[in-house]
Ligand binder design. Sequence first.
Ligand SMILES: [Zn+2]
Length: 270
Amino acid sequence: MPTLLEKTRTLFTNVVNTILPIACVSCGTIGDYVCEYCLENLHAKSRIQTLLVNMIELPVLSLQTIHTKLIREIIHLYKYDCVIQASGTIKRIVQKLYTELPNEEKKAFTENVIFVPIPLHTSRLKWRGYNQSRTIAQALLEESDGKINTNNTHDVSQYHAKLKVDESKLANNNRLIRLLNRSLKTKTQVGKTQHDRHENLKNAFTLNFDAFKGLKGAKTIVLVDDVVTTGSTLIEAATILKHRLPYSRIIAITLAQAPLNYTAKNGILL
Ligand SMILES: [Zn+2]
């Protein structure tokens, strides 16, 4: 569960956000959380790293490896300050960076692929009201499809409208699937070493059997998360999937990559 400090900060931020006009997190221009100028000047600086833990090899593509103020602040706003209105901005950023990837890198996300967002524990999902990784997955799905799905799709705006959403009741799109559950309320990763992070996440995920039973021949499973730091979360999730789907290729994509020693404002490690 979120701590009292987290709840208080979120409440405070929400009050401030309803009083102050919306401003660009990077330059302060009034109008949107990221202004047109800053979005135009944000470019993909992608990197593929291959994580190798416990015989699991996981290629991870990060759309943005340079941890700029804009990326830091927009993720913080959406993820920790719970400003759900920033979902459209997050999606525009993801889609712009994705379209700038070299064709070779984009190809991995278009052919017989399903997107699997890293899930939140139910208690955190209820508190935040949405899963930021799902928003990113939704943006990727739309962009990689080359069109906006209107049928049987988790529309993010509808999703956000239901603040106390039960994610398990959202129908699975055939390419965006809640294949994992977060079964453990893991402690914060803040300040933990790489080894401690792996330990902290052991057995954190379980397979969503209902979704698993409905899977039809996906060759590639794309795990989606907002930020990769040590990769512990992605590796733990990939381990569960690899056991059940040994013949599927598993890759991961994140919006950003953050250094282990990076501490965002308010002492929260992204
Ligand atoms: Zn700006």
